[in-house]
Design a protein around this ligand. Structure first.
Ligand code: PEP
Ligand code: MN
Length: 366
């Protein structure tokens, strides 16, 4: 072969490469159009039977130098890249990532606005126990000048079935009546769809616990409820999984979702879980949803709450959750991690929430 014919053949290959690329790009554009139709009709982007159908048609075409195995390999690579493209597009257009989703005034829980610039304190005992306990703690919270939400569990997701399981409906009533007397909004955990109505009837905000982040039936049902939701990150959940759980609630009609980083399970035993502050910074960057940090369940200890609270606010948290009890040593759950009222007062003073230190500067929206 002469030098001249080789360069001519190479020119032909270059031209075919350009044509192939143009065809592939045209194909990708159609793939995106199909993805948009599937999204609007709630269809799955992956259809294995359609891929097999396309391969069969290709293999039935007149034979050429490429045999069936080579044809399958080339087209499977094209199908894989097309699916990646559809999935990236689906992730990009997720409700959880939409900047315009959060109302300018943040998410409202009665008079408190979350994600409106001023950090919100979610505080209260692990569990609702007695009228005296609830009243004493609520009175301490009601004195705080900053936005505060009263937390306490009535339905408790305990690891051990012989541990205190919560006061259930009586607990809800006690939480709500105490909170109303002290002018505080409430958040409490909803464990399942069976008790969703009664929890929604009493509480101002509904909490999905770490153990339930993957409970898709509960998430879908919460999408239909006209109350804001505090969604906690599962122990082992990636941020993609966390956002997809939020997407379940948002896509079923409830746009008032607040995310809560509460520590993930790692090999480290010095804290109850590992507080993932990078997750807070990333979620603030990737979503418009407010993000708060539960220091009590993340750390499982009281001695490092202040520096971790400061760190959480520094990475952009829209609020902090703290467990506080008037007698932690007698608490029916999580006594070891709950702050007593003196410790709580010292912490909120150091953070500027008690009004005696420099007040928190409101932060602008991202
Ligand atoms: C709670 O906040 O009461 C609780 C049980 O937390 P988590 O779901 O994060 O373990
Ligand atoms: Mn607890």
């Amino acid at each position: 072969m002469t030098q001249r014919s080789l360069s001519e053949l190479r020119r032909q290959i270059d031209g075919l490469n350009r044509d192939l690329l143009q065809l592939l790009q045209r194909r990708a554009e159609i793939v995106l159009e199909i993805a948009a139709v599937k999204r609007s009709e709630n269809l799955d982007s992956y259809e294995p039977s359609r891929e097999e159908e396309m391969l069969e048609a290709l293999l039935a075409a007149p034979p050429g130098p490429f045999g069936p195995e080579a044809i399958k390999e080339i087209f499977r690579a094209i199908f894989r890249s097309s699916l990646d493209l559809q999935n990236r597009e689906r992730d990009r257009t997720m409700l959880a990532r939409r900047r315009d989703l959060l109302p300018a005034g943040g998410i409202r829980v009665r008079q408190v606005a979350i994600g409106a610039g001023r950090p919100v304190l979610f505080a209260g005992p692990c569990s609702v126990e007695t009228p005296e306990q609830m009243d004493t703690i609520a009175a301490a919270l009601a004195e705080l000048p900053g936005p505060t939400i009263f937390r306490a569990g009535a339905y408790k997701p305990r690891t051990n079935p012989y541990s205190f399981q919560g006061l259930r409906e009586d607990g809800l009533r006690l939480l709500q009546s105490t909170a109303r007397r002290h002018g505080l909004p409430t958040v409490t955990e909803v464990l399942d769809t069976a008790t969703l109505d009664v929890v929604a009837e009493h509480a101002d905000m509904l909490q999905v616990g770490a153990r339930n982040m993957y409970n898709t039936e509960l998430l879908k049902a919460l999408g239909k409820v006209a109350k804001p939701v505090l969604l906690k990150r599962g122990f082992m959940a990636t941020l993609d999984e966390f956002l997809l759980s939020a997407e379940y609630i948002l896509s079923h009609g409830n746009e008032a979702v607040v995310l809560c980083e509460r520590g993930i399970r790692t090999f480290e035993p010095w804290t109850r879980n590992t507080l993932d502050l990078a997750a807070v910074a990333l979620l603030k960057k990737e979503t418009a949803l407010p993000v708060i940090v539960d220091l009590s369940h993340a750390l499982g200890r009281r001695d490092i709450m202040l520096p971790c609270a400061r760190a959480a606010l520094a990475v952009g948290a829209d609020g902090l959750m703290l467990e506080v009890h008037h007698r932690p040593e007698q608490a029916l759950s999580d006594g070891f991690q709950q702050l007593n009222l003196n410790e709580f007062a010292a912490l909120v003073t150091a953070l500027g929430w008690a009004g005696t230190a420099a007040p928190q500067q409101p932060r602008g929206k991202p």
